[in-house]
Design a protein around this ligand. Structure first.
Ligand code: ACM
Ligand code: ZN
Length: 563
């Protein structure tokens, strides 16, 4: 492992050029500055998100089965394996691992700086004709992100079986990249409750997130229409709550249903497998356990959790429902037990507790709820919701975790340490940041990827409504200008949400999520001054070959009309 000080990274990492080459380059520059300019302009590389600094150099590195992989630091064994796994899968070759740079060069190597500056996601990628070097701090995603950029630069071998012919080579352009993300929360969400997607698909979704350098997967696991996570202490949650006796056909307002039993859930073993898979790709999973609303499936499993205690069915329609958790001691015991199992499964800092769209009708009629309002000196049912969330926060904090909730958790007063996910526009996020609470921006416009992406709805599959085209996602800036510089620091980033009321196949999830997730990735990673939508589309056209190779059913509007 060659150790170098970051202050000399730029000098050391820059490829050496011979004097003759420098003189001839200068000569060329003088006689044909226009030509050089034109050449620069047309250098479009398929990297998404666009790195914060990139310079394309002359020449290319030629990768073949003879290329060596230099590994002299055992802590980077995983990175070396990721590289070889990628090469085996896509080109049918694995590089020989050696401990020293071979005299001939032609190697891929990892370097760590002498000291760690605390920027675990940053990396440098240097490619000259003899070496590919990724430089990053050892403890974080830096090497992984350097590899993702490198993978995107490798041409796709078009024909099946997607293997290089013996003796053929892969040409990778010489360049220097110095890269770091703009935001710390780069998230994508998926609702697996309205429609269920098996763990194999969740892994494919995570692969996509990893390719575009997202670091957070928000897994929406409980809903009115289905409870999707095994909880050992409450087996009925999945025996009863994971299945409904039919689903909505067409628009929910038409009130038409099939009567096909529908459902599914993840065992705790499945969850562990997915969490480990995500973690190997530097993605933290934020599980969402909805409360106090969107809890019909839980109440159908254990009716004592509601105010009325009446037996109800797992919901078949989409919407917002009056049967919600009653804030009584038995409910808190249940939720604490559930959260205890959830917390043991998910190593990340955040637990999402929902908090959105909780009607107060049952609470208004409930003797227990009204007595509690009186006892606690609360003003109304909004303050009762705040009481509910504060109690849950206290419990989650006692387990060393933080809560995040939809922006309704502001109503009746924010719990002391809560972070807020702003979905009803940006107002909730702005209010939370002003109160010095951390925020993830996820406003319906443009972060809801269940909305239409084309104006011509007649040519689109039925969706929930709305219109969020690719360019509006690309141009999204999560930091509201009304915030002071100090308040802006509370905006952790943003997230794209994929609600699945009207999305019932894996192909359709992909169609709705991609390429809008690519546009969001760039909005969250790339400095504003480096962003350019026309250039993004040009890169996306090249990058989409990788999506084809992954068999992703991405929406193709950008291929014809740039949107
Ligand atoms: C939400 O879309 N109900 C958070
Ligand atoms: Zn009640």
């Amino acid at each position: 492992m060659k150790k170098i000080n970051p202050s000399v990274i730029a000098r050391v990492a820059r490829p050496k050029r011979s004097l003759i080459k420098i003189i001839s380059s200068l000569f060329l520059l003088i006689i044909s500055s226009q030509l050089v300019f034109a050449q620069k302009k047309t250098t479009i590389l398929p990297i998404i998100p666009q790195p914060s600094e990139i310079s394309v150099l002359d020449g290319s590195f030629v990768l073949s089965s003879q290329t060596k992989l230099v590994l002299n630091d055992a802590s980077l064994k995983n990175e070396a394996q990721i590289l070889n796994d990628f090469l085996i899968k896509n080109y049918g070759i694995a590089l020989q691992v050696v401990s020293q740079v071979p005299p001939s060069g032609n190697c891929i190597q990892f370097e760590k700086p002498d000291w760690e500056a605390g920027w675990p996601e940053n990396y440098h990628l240097d490619i000259d004709e003899k070496h590919i070097t990724i430089l990053a701090e050892g403890k974080g995603a830096g090497f992984f992100y350097g590899l993702q950029s490198l993978f995107q630069l490798m041409p796709v071998v078009a024909h099946a079986p997607n293997k290089m012919a013996p003796n053929s080579t892969i040409s990778i352009p010489c360049l220097h990249i110095k890269d770091s993300p703009k935001y710390s929360w780069r998230g994508m969400h998926l609702d697996v409750c309205r429609h269920f997607f098996p763990k194999e698909f969740i892994k494919k979704y995570i692969d996509l997130l990893a390719m575009y350098k997202f670091n957070t997967f928000h897994w929406h696991l409980t809903e009115d229409q289905g409870w999707r996570i095994e909880i050992k202490k409450y087996p009925k949650l999945t025996e009863i709550g994971a299945y409904r006796n039919g689903s909505t056909i067409g628009l929910v307002k038409d009130k038409k249903f099939d009567n096909v039993r529908y459902g599914g859930f993840y065992t705790q073993e499945d969850i562990k497998e997915v969490v480990a898979y995500a973690s190997e790709r530097y993605i933290t999973i934020v599980p969402e356990i909805e409360m106090p609303g969107h809890s019909v499936a839980a109440i159908a499993s254990y009716p004592y959790l509601s105010c009325s205690g009446k037996q109800i069915e797992v919901e078949k329609a989409w919407g917002v429902f009056d049967d919600v958790y009653c804030p009584k001691e038995e409910t808190f015991t249940f939720l604490q037990d559930v959260l205890t199992e959830v917390i043991a499964l998910f190593p990340g800092k955040y637990i999402h507790i929902g908090g959105d769209e909780c009607p107060k009708e049952s609470w208004k009629k409930c003797v227990n709820c009204q007595a509690l309002i009186k006892k606690e000196g609360l003003k109304d049912e909004h303050e009762l919701q705040s009481y509910f969330i504060r109690r849950i926060e206290k419990f989650v904090n006692s387990k060393g975790k933080q809560i995040i909730g939809w922006d309704e958790i502001l109503e009746g007063g924010l719990a002391p340490n809560a972070s807020v996910m702003s979905w009803r526009g940006t107002e909730g996020g702005i209010a939370a940041a002003k109160q010095k609470h951390f925020v993830v921006m996820s406003p319906g416009k443009p972060c809801y990827f269940d909305h239409y992406q084309s104006k011509d709805k007649s040519k689109e599959p039925l969706a929930i409504g709305g219109f969020n085209p690719l360019d509006s996602v690309y141009n999204y800036d999560p930091t509201p200008k009304v915030l002071s510089l100090e308040e802006q620091k509370y905006i952790m980033g943003a997230q794209g949400n994929v609600w699945t009321e009207y999305i019932n196949t894996e192909e359709q999830v992909e169609y709705m999520a991609v390429p809008r997730m690519c546009a969001l990735a760039e909005a969250l990673w790339t400095p504003r001054e480096n962003k350019n939508y026309t250039n993004f589309i040009a890169r996306l056209k090249q990058n989409s070959k990788l999506l084809d190779r992954m068999n992703v059913n991405y929406a193709k509007h950008f291929l014809v009309n740039k949107k």
